[in-house]
Design a protein around this ligand. Sequence first.
Ligand code: NAP
Length: 331
Amino acid sequence: MEKLRVVLYGVGAIGSRIAKFLLEKNGVEIVGAIDVAKEKVGKDLGHVLGIDKRLGVTVSDDPDVVLSKVNANIVIHSTTSFLKQVYPQIAKIVEHGVNVVSTCEELSYPYATDPELTKKLDESAKKHKATVLGTGINPGFMMDTLVIAFTGVCQTVERIKATRVVNAAKRRVQFQKKIGVGLAIDEFKEKMEKKSITLHVGIEQSIYLIASALGWELDEIKVESKAIQAKSGQVTGLRQYGRGIKLGKEIITLDLQAYVGAEEEYDSIDIEGVPSIHMKLSPGVHGDLGTVAVIVNSIPKVINAKPGLVTMKDLPVPSATPEDMRTYLKK
Ligand SMILES: NC(=O)c1ccc[n+]([C@@H]2O[C@H](COP(=O)([O-])OP(=O)(O)OC[C@H]3O[C@@H](n4cnc5c(N)ncnc54)[C@H](OP(=O)(O)O)[C@@H]3O)[C@@H](O)[C@H]2O)c1
């Protein structure tokens, strides 16, 4: 039986970790790699990953060339966070009839950002018989899919709160940069206003995912981001609240705290309902390890899903993929 054929689109911090994890698994072959970074294009993927092995895959900046020759089962896409930026990239993959799992945060619930563009992508995916999923650890799992799963044991749900506390010192540099670690407070505010730091992207998408799974129509979603500072005044990270409001009542609250020096890292979920639920994981799940896992574990769900754009709530219950990856190739 042929191996599962994967193309990497975006070989940055996360794409590289995904690649290394895939290289450890059985029944999977990396058949192509796409990136625009000058220092990566034209190089062997093994060199770009910093491993002591030639992989025989040259990083290309031309998705058409790669996708038309490698007959891939799936593209792992990990470039940027915003739907409008990734749209042409994902649209191109789909036109080649190839499935996509992407770390793009806004793609985890793209209806929230741009319903027209989402519809176009969904129609194209259906036409070309490809499935598209945006996922990751957050958004994608800890503050949405896991919350949704817990509501499965509730007869009624009145209110939901999820909290995630992360020590940013344990995360990749790219993550620290996007949440403003090391900046002076004025710099943080200026960069936040000019959007030259993205902060955490996806809290709105997580709220939409939960609400749509429960059939809740929210009147409003509010997102508030503020810097967390050390005694010296230097920014150590970020606290972000996402609030889902219906009839003046806050029925979904997501509280993300990501900063250097967080003493207790944890993930908690509180559901007011029948029965009420309190869940706390301490320490919480490591974001970068978890992202790599969620992306790779989603591969079988996506290749075996119906064509079109899907979200985590549309797929079977998430699970690990300890088996040889080719055993999942049914579609
Ligand atoms: N959902 C989640 O839980 C989750 C978790 C982790 C990461 N993410 C997101 O995943 C994305 C990747 O993260 P990262 O830390 O790996 O970022 P990164 O290190 O900056 O890697 C992104 C790579 O993609 C390349 N790239 C950018 N635009 C491209 C394009 N149009 N075509 C091909 N390649 C392109 C970049 O090249 P240049 O450096 O030249 O731009 C870089 O090599 C980010 O948006 C991040 O926020 C989401």
